[in-house]
Design a protein around this ligand. Structure first.
Ligand code: FNR
Length: 385
């Protein structure tokens, strides 16, 4: 049994509670990161390398945390990141996330690999009794077959998803050894729940590749900027912004702009994909240094290693409209179900408001590069491209 939720003062406490309560299989899946774990470690380390430049005597009696994220009004600059298979840890699975999004009016980007049907999540987000409503976005990995991709995009539109987020850092799935070890163990046990969508997608992999060299897996490893044009057309411009998730360099940010994408989502996938990848903070600084015009034309959201309200505010000061969190919400629902997700959002809200007062800002649009000191990270950027 986890400790009482009221004893969780921060997101680390919730993570600790989850480590003691969810199954080994779920813990390994949520907690694991790729290969050497360098990408995951750099996420946390880089937030710590940015400090604030607090201003004083600025009348911070009233603060507003409101923000627009991917075109939607939100009560916080916070979004629930797409994360698969929540039912591994709780029978209500992603419904816990949708309820949190609805109650606190923060956007929720549902994963293509959700273990609850997207229609159910959409209904849950829309059916907020308090009239505030959350916003559902849809994340997709582009499958191999175009008709399957078209069906996914149409499904997202039918469910009223307000943005399409295409994850582009996963031509193949990163190697997460902690997860692999436990999956293998779990395979030996019987009765482990595998959501049908997941099982089916593994099956999609069964067609043999005539060349024998293309990586196996459910996603299209052949996806490129040319193919992206097709996706752009399928989604259209009436249904909300199209965002690319997993941008990790200034060059790709620029290519995304040239491809007519509406938003970029800087992320190294929580350190679960490429080994020794940059943090989103670093990618943001790289973009600012080498192609700042990108930030005039496209909205930027980011994620990875955000665990405190202060991290959220650092990201906003760097120029992000919104900041997503993945693992913390999965830990919260795993340990405490819906109440845990509520509490995680409240913790973030309280930390954000408190830190805003302490650094002398009353609304998020007052945050900019003068609010923070990024000297340490800037020293580590490439000299030229
Ligand atoms: C993810 N992530 C992810 N991303 C995505 O685009 N589609 C997905 O289905 C998933 N699934 C997923 C499952 C789990 C268990 C985790 C932890 C992560 C990545 C996620 O959207 C996000 O980029 C990271 O989780 C952000 O890092 P933090 O907040 O976990 O440090």
């Amino acid at each position: 049994k986890p400790p009482p939720l009221s004893l969780c003062l921060n997101l680390h406490d919730i993570e600790h509670a989850a480590s003691k309560t969810v199954s080994k299989r779920a813990w390994a899946y949520f907690h694991s990161a790729a290969d050497s774990l360098a990408s995951e470690r750099t996420n946390a380390a880089d937030w710590a390398k940015i400090s604030f430049r607090p201003r004083i005597l600025r009348n911070v009696a009233r603060v507003s945390t409101r923000r627009r994220i991917l075109g939607q009004a939100a009560s916080l600059p916070v979004m629930i990141a797409p994360a698969a298979l929540a039912r591994l840890a709780h029978p209500d699975g992603e419904l816990c996330l949708a309820r949190g999004a609805a109650r606190y009016n923060v956007p929720y980007c549902a994963s293509a690999y959700s273990s609850v049907a997207h229609g159910e999540l959409a209904a849950c987000v829309a059916a907020d009794g308090q009239g505030r409503g959350g916003k559902l976005f849809f994340q997709m990995y582009v499958p191999r077959a175009r008709d399957e991709a078209a069906a996914m995009i149409a499904g997202a539109r039918d469910n009223g998803c307000a943005a399409l987020v295409v994850t582009v850092d996963t031509p193949v799935v990163g190697r997460r050894e902690e997860d692999e070890r436990h999956s293998l163990e779990a395979e030996l046990e019987s009765g482990v729940y595998v959501p049908p969508a997941y099982a089916q997608r593994d099956m999609a992999d069964a067609a043999p590749d005539p060349e024998g060299s293309e990586p196996r897996g459910p996603h299209s490893a052949a996806l490129d900027w040319e193919e992206l044009k097709w996706i752009r057309k399928q989604w259209g411009t009436q249904s909300g912004p199209l965002a690319l998730k997993g941008i990790q360099t200034a060059e790709d940010a620029k290519l995304a702009m040239e491809a007519g994408v509406d938003a970029i989502y800087l992320s190294n996938h929580g350190g679960r994909q490429a080994d020794h990848a940059p943090s989103a903070a670093r990618t943001m600084l790289e973009i600012r240094k080498f192609c700042p015009e990108v930030l005039e034309r496209m909205e930027v959201v980011l994620d990875g290693g955000v665990r405190r309200g202060a991290d959220v505010l650092k990201a906003v000061a760097l120029g992000a409209s919104g900041v997503a969190l993945g693992r913390p919400f999965m830990y919260a629902l795993g340990a405490y179900g819906t109440e845990g997700v509520f509490r995680a959002i409240e913790i973030l809200r309280d930390e954000i408001e408190n830190q805003m007062r302490l650094i002398g800002v009353t609304s998020l649009d007052q945050l900019n590069l003068e609010s923070i000191n990024t000297t340490i990270l800037e020293q580590e950027l490439p000299r030229s491209l």
